[in-house]
Each structure stands twice: as structure tokens, then as C-alpha cells.
Design a binder for this molecule. Structure first.
Ligand code: CUA
Length: 400
């Protein structure tokens, strides 16, 4: 059998072998590409389908190149290895225009992938009709999502939006996220939706997707943003229908704003559990399922407050708790850093930054609730603080 590509030309049996090998390699590329779904998480958005289709083409072509190169390597090693007693050099030949044209033309044709992937990129970023608009705030080390009531039921004299630490959406509705960061750069990544977008300090970035499968999917921060980076994750809750989304999320939250609970402990627990403020990413608190490690552990925080109040220059545990939230840099718990916790101020129109701490607006009513709730976090279960009136006075004093 003559495999030389020199002047002699190819024998018919060589051509048959090359054709069989080519078919086998192309089929092998197809087999490799069909394993794509096994490599990737569930496809939960329309964008995921487009991205995976592109990925499959890449795997198909990459598989062909892999099999061709490895196959030639194996054939060469076996067929052209040095025979016993052969001490001579290999035959020399130079110039083979056919071969050169082929190895230039094939990569040139593969450049079409750039056009294909660009068209997927453009398609994914294109505004869709009737998008659900959600604001996203990344802050070390939590995600906060801001919603409006689609039925406009919120009272005119109050905020027209509400926050949650989970992104609530439903199947079939295109979503556009407007993303800002409160501090350093973060990156918003949802593997199941195949979307990923950086949050850049001083800029608003956006990302779009249309959920296609109900479920709960993980959101991950993929930009190293500090000590709590690994804990900076949340979830997308995709409901099956718009009605379910309204009933199980929007209606409950709007109702809570329209008919606030009268018990301040209940108010505080609800505010914290919903993730209105980005506390969960940094603090540990078993009652709410928080597992953060960058800030002090809040299990039994009321006992700690009672113990530390005087060291921190505060008259009472309730004053200590209110002070720690309104002025987090006044007293830093042993072992923790300054300027990591945002400063939760009482007025809406404050600069973004106060003395190196990031400013987040927290009305007195929320702080009274939060302090009341934290006062119940004791080892014995008996609150260490005074009554609501004393908590209100402590909060008022810190808000001046
Ligand atoms: Cu935010 Cu990493």
C-alpha cells in the first residue's frame, strides 16, 4: 500500500481508507458533540438553548480536530516507527500546494463560527417585548432584587418598590436585570440560564433571559470580591405561571406593606428574612438560615449585646444593637474589620459613601423591628432588651 502524497498520486485503496477514516472521524465528532448535555447543567432559559446549540457545534468541530490529530499521531507512531537496523534519514520532500491549500482553507472556513457566535450574542442581548424589569444590587456579600407592584397598589406616600434577596420570576416572561454594585466589582452568573454579566463600580450593566422551566436555580458571584466572595450566592425562583408568581410572591409582599404587622418583632423578622437589607451574606443566624462568615455571628446576639454594651459605650443592649446598625464603625467587634458593613442611615437622600462606609437607607420603623427581633435572639429565649418604647427611644437617639 502506498500512502505517499508525492508525485505518484494516491492509489485507489488509499483513497478508500482516507474516505472511511474521514467518515469515522466526522461520526466521532458527532458522538462527542452529543455528550454536550451531560457536561452542562439543566437548560432553564431560552438563552440556554441557543448557547448550548452553539456549544454543540464547537464540540462537533473540536471533536473532529481532536480525533484527526490524535488518529494521525497513532497511525504515524505505529506505521512509520524506526525498523530494526534502519539507521538512515527519512525521505526528503518539499512543497505540496494541495496540502497547503487544504490546511489553510479548513481553518478559514471555521471562521464562520465567529459570525454564528456573534449572532447568538446579539440575539441574547436584544430587548424583548414586555420585559419584567428588576433592579439588582450587588454588595459585599449579598444580592438584593428590587420589585414594583405590577398592579400599582403601593401607597403613593411611601416607597414604590420592595426588595428581596431572591430573584422571583415565572416561565415565559422575558426578564431584564439592571445591575449596580454598592462597592467593588461583582459578577452575576446563573449557570442554568447560561447568563453571566459583570457588575462594574460606577456603571449600570444589564443582562436578559427568558426562563423556560419552573424551579429554583442558583445565582453565583464569579468575581473575587473579598473575604465573603464564596458566600455571595442566592437563587432564582421561577414559578410556573404569572398567577403563581403574583399569589406566592407579589401579593404577599404588597399585602405586608399595606397591612404591616403590629408586633415589631414580627416586622423585624420579616424584613430580615426577605432580604430587604444585605445581611445574610455576611452574618450567621440559624433562625433565618444565614451562614455568612465575614461579619459577627448573630446567634445569641442579644446576650452579646447585653455583655458588650458598656464596653462599646452604650447604655443598654437595645442602644448597642441600634448603634451597630446606624454607625457600624463606632465599635468593631473583636476580630472583625472596619468599613465592611454598610452604614444603614435614617434618611433617603444621603451620599453613596459616608466616611468610607457605604450608605444604605433604613427607615426608623424597620430598625425598631430589627432591633426588637434581634433582642429575642438569646440563649434562654427571654429578650434581654427593654420594651418597644425603650427600643424606639434608642433608635431615635441613634438616628439624630
Ligand atoms: Cu461578589 Cu464575589
Amino acid at each position: 500500500m502506498n500512502l505517499s502524497v508525492g508525485r505518484g498520486g494516491l492509489g485507489s485503496s488509499t483513497i478508500i481508507i482516507i474516505v472511511i477514516a474521514a467518515v469515522a472521524i466526522i461520526f466521532g465528532g458527532y458522538v462527542i458533540s452529543s455528550f454536550t448535555p451531560a457536561l452542562l447543567p439543566v437548560q432553564a432559559s431560552g438563552e440556554a438553548e441557543q448557547v448550548d446549540a452553539l456549544f454543540r457545534v464547537l464540540m462537533f468541530l473540536g471533536g473532529i480536530v481532536f480525533l484527526l490529530v490524535q488518529g494521525l499521531l497513532v497511525v504515524t507512531i505505529i506505521r512509520y516507527r524506526r525498523k530494526p537496523g534502519d539507521e538512515g534519514d527519512g525521505a526528503h520532500f518539499s512543497g505540496n500546494p494541495t496540502l497547503e491549500i487544504v490546511w489553510t482553507a479548513i481553518p478559514a472556513a471555521i471562521v464562520f463560527l465567529a459570525i454564528y457566535s456573534y449572532s447568538v450574542y446579539v440575539n441574547i442581548r436584544e430587548p424583548k417585548p414586555d420585559e419584567l424589569h428588576v433592579d439588582v444590587l450587588g454588595a459585599r456579600f449579598a444580592w438584593t432584587f428590587t420589585y414594583e407592584d405590577p398592579l400599582g397598589r403601593l401607597p403613593e406616600d411611601g416607597p414604590q418598590t420592595f426588595n428581596d434577596s431572591v430573584l422571583h420570576t415565572y416561565v415565559g416572561r422575558p426578564v431584564v436585570l439592571s445591575m449596580r454594585t454598592n462597592d467593588v466589582n461583582h459578577a452575576f452568573w446563573v449557570p442554568t440560564m447560561r447568563i453571566k454579566q459583570d457588575l462594574l463600580a460606577g456603571r449600570t450593566t444589564s443582562v436578559r433571559f427568558t426562563p423556560t422551566q419552573a424551579g429554583r436555580y442558583r445565582i453565583v458571584c464569579t468575581e473575587l470580591c473579598g473575604g465573603g466572595h464564596g458566600a455571595m450566592f442566592s437563587y432564582i425562583q421561577v414559578y410556573a405561571t404569572e398567577q403563581e408568581w403574583m399569589e406566592r410572591f407579589i401579593d404577599i409582599r404588597v399585602d405586608r406593606i399595606l397591612n404591616p404587622p403590629t408586633d415589631p418583632v414580627e416586622v423585624g423578622r420579616a424584613v430580615l428574612a426577605e432580604g430587604k437589607y444585605p445581611c445574610a451574606g455576611c452574618h450567621k443566624l440559624d433562625d433565618l438560615g444565614w451562614a455568612g462568615i465575614t461579619g459577627p455571628n448573630l446567634n445569641g446576639i442579644a446576650d452579646t449585646a447585653a455583655r458588650r454594651a458598656s464596653t462599646a459605650g452604650q447604655a443598654s443592649p437595645e442602644a448597642y444593637l441600634a448603634n451597630s446598625i446606624r454607625h457600624p464603625n463606632d465599635y468593631i467587634a473583636p476580630g472583625f474589620q472596619r468599613n465592611v458593613m454598610p452604614l444603614f442611615g435614617p434618611t433617603q437622600d444621603e451620599p453613596a459613601e459616608v466616611d468610607g462606609a457605604y450608605y444604605v437607607y433604613m427607615p426608623d420603623a424597620d430598625l425598631v423591628g430589627i432591633v426588637s427581633y434581634l433582642c429575642t435572639q438569646t440563649a434562654t429565649g427571654t429578650p434581654t432588651c427593654g420594651d418597644t418604647e425603650m427600643i424606639e427611644a434608642a433608635v431615635a437617639a441613634q438616628s439624630e
